[in-house]
Design a protein around this ligand. Structure first.
Ligand code: ZN
Length: 133
């Protein structure tokens, strides 16, 4: 069993959406972070055991900007926290799952991450993430 570590929402503007989600969630944003490799700015909210992550693209050609121009703002991915990322990648590959990239990347919030390909997951982008010790 893997807990939902965070749910990520693509937004056009953190400066608009951070105050909005502070009102909705009733909790202040506790961290913002730029992830250079992904060209995104992130903002985090604690929601009990889980987090909500807002994503704003820094690059008009980047994945978040492209996602928003295609689908509009909204749910971008669900992230599952795992203990051993390499082991999960190998196990899921054995089951026939495909990844957007099998090589873990440094994500926001002190994590290494990979994404399962949405064609294997009923169209939902699923991230697997492991805390960096
Ligand atoms: Zn994520």
């Amino acid at each position: 069993m893997h807990k939902i570590e965070h749910i990520a929402i693509a937004v056009k503007s953190l400066s608009t959406s951070v105050p909005l989600f502070e009102k909705i969630l009733g909790t202040p944003c506790y961290k913002t972070e730029e992830v250079e490799s992904e060209k995104v700015k992130t903002a985090f909210f604690k929601t009990g055991e889980n987090k909500i992550e807002l994503l704003e693209g820094m690059d008009p050609e980047g994945v978040i900007a492209k996602f928003i121009s295609k689908k509009g703002e909204g749910l971008h991915h669900i992230a599952l926290g795992v203990e051993n990322l390499e082991e999960r990648i190998t196990a899921l590959k054995t089951e026939g799952f495909e990844f957007i990239s099998e090589v873990p990347k440094k994500g926001a919030d002190n994590k290494i991450i990979v994404f399962l390909h949405p064609k294997c997951t009923n169209g939902v982008l699923v991230e697997l993430c492991q805390e960096i010790n």
